[in-house]
Ligand binder design. Structure first.
Ligand SMILES: Cc1cc2nc3c(=O)[nH]c(=O)nc-3n(C[C@H](O)[C@H](O)[C@H](O)COP(=O)(O)O)c2cc1C
Length: 366
């Protein structure tokens, strides 16, 4: 049996295999509310063969969105709109459902990528952004407001309120977004955090706010579900975060009672230079796995099923997530199972695509 297709238990949830559909922003919501785009996107990926499908970065307050079209889970309207979509995924799909909760911080208030991804003009609905320090992401970007104690408390409470909504919606996993330059990463990274209070300076101080958020969410998120954070394995910039820093952070999260970390990288500054290649973030995951006790997910250009299998069998990570691979091939899990010789669940409506599940189907024309 390929290791990729063995079950994995995170917290109180057992997933059928070690493959996740990575969260992917769709920039298609209105006022944070998901619609029929999300319905078909998520329903399709819930039948992809992955054991876990994580809904895209979803903001905990309107100002926490990247673009005006990002998802939110901060109001009764946003919560209610998820219900029928998740019901469809559960009724027909095979993946368990998770959601990534986030605050975009200083990378918010921008246009959708296909309109350039650049900062919104004031007359196009720009909003005040927030960060650890009042330093813009890049020239011509919005200058964020450095969060004061009241702002920190508001955002921490926003994460808690969204986690409660996610629980009510029946999500079995919550992942906090602590990477890609968004607010929680913005605190941890020395590149963006220039505070000189208890939330800046040493790594312990820079981790303080994300860990406060993590502890507050842990307090309300049920232990029989799964809880994790996407963290940064490298800022890809001199003086930035390293995999060793990620391991320290992961150990703190483990101490709080988190069940897993997903080790990603990049996004803190336009100056970062990422060295891309197959499995390019696996070494960071491996360092975190060696230096901590928490379960580790690896992500990033893992497309070949044999590479995914090797990452697990070589003990470099406990599970993998794929993003673009699933956009390109929404049945990646089926094809990986074929390539590695594993059996996985398929919706019976699609059995005819698998002759062994529908003997004689190839001979019958209907
Ligand atoms: C369309 C798209 C949207 C993405 N949105 C998110 C997101 O919402 N949250 C996140 O943590 N990463 C996001 N990412 C990053 C992916 O989850 C993943 O980490 C990255 O693409 C590397 O994996 P891949 O090589 O399998 O695509 C996004 C990537 C793509 C391609």
């Amino acid at each position: 049996m390929p290791q990729l297709f063995t079950p994995i238990t995170l917290g109180g949830v057992t997933f059928a295999n070690r493959i996740a559909v990575s969260p992917m922003c769709q920039y298609s919501a209105t006022d944070g509310v998901p619609n029929d785009w999300h319905a078909q996107h998520l329903a399709s990926l819930s039948m992809s063969g992955a054991g876990l499908l994580v809904v895209e970065m979803t903001a905990v307050e309107p100002e926490g969105r990247i673009t005006p079209h990002c998802l939110g889970l901060y109001s009764d309207a946003t919560e209610a709109a998820f219900e029928p979509i998740l019901a469809t995924c559960r009724r027909w799909g095979t993946a368990k459902l998770g959601i990534q909760l986030a605050h975009a911080g200083r990378k918010g208030s921008v246009r959708v990528p296909w309109e350039g991804g650049t900062p919104l003009a004031g007359n196009a609905g720009a909003w005040q952004t927030y960060a650890s320090s009042a330093i813009p992401f890049d020239e011509e970007w919005h200058t964020p407001q450095a969060l004061d104690d009241a702002g920190l408390a508001r955002i921490r409470d926003g994460f808690v309120a969204s986690a409660r909504r996610a629980d009510r919606l029946g999500f079995e996993l919550v992942e906090l977004h602590g990477a890609h330059g968004y607010l929680l990463h913005n605190f941890v990274s020395p590149i963006s955090n220039r505070r000189n209070d208890a939330y800046g300076g040493s790594l312990a101080n820079r981790m303080r706010f994300p860990l406060e958020v993590a502890a507050a969410v842990r307090a309300v998120w049920p232990r029989d579900k799964a809880l994790g954070m996407r963290i940064t394995g490298s800022d890809w910039i001199d003086g930035g975060l390293t995999a060793e820093d990620a391991a320290v952070f992961a150990n703190e999260l483990h101490g709080i009672g988190f069940d897993y970390v997903c080790v990603s990288s990049g996004g803190i500054s336009p100056q970062a230079r990422v060295a891309l290649g197959p499995g390019y973030q696996v070494p960071f995951a491996e360092t975190v796995k060696k230096q901590s006790k928490i379960a580790v997910q690896s992500v990033g250009l893992i497309v070949d099923p044999h590479l995914a299998e090797a990452i697990i069998t070589e003990g470099r990570a406990d599970c993998v997530a794929l993003a673009r691979g699933f956009l390109d091939d929404p049945r990646w899990g089926w094809h990986a199972a074929d390539a590695l010789g594993a059996e996985i669940a398929h919706p019976p409506q699609y059995h005819r695509a698998r002759p062994r599940l529908w003997p004689g189907a190839a001979l019958v024309r209907r």
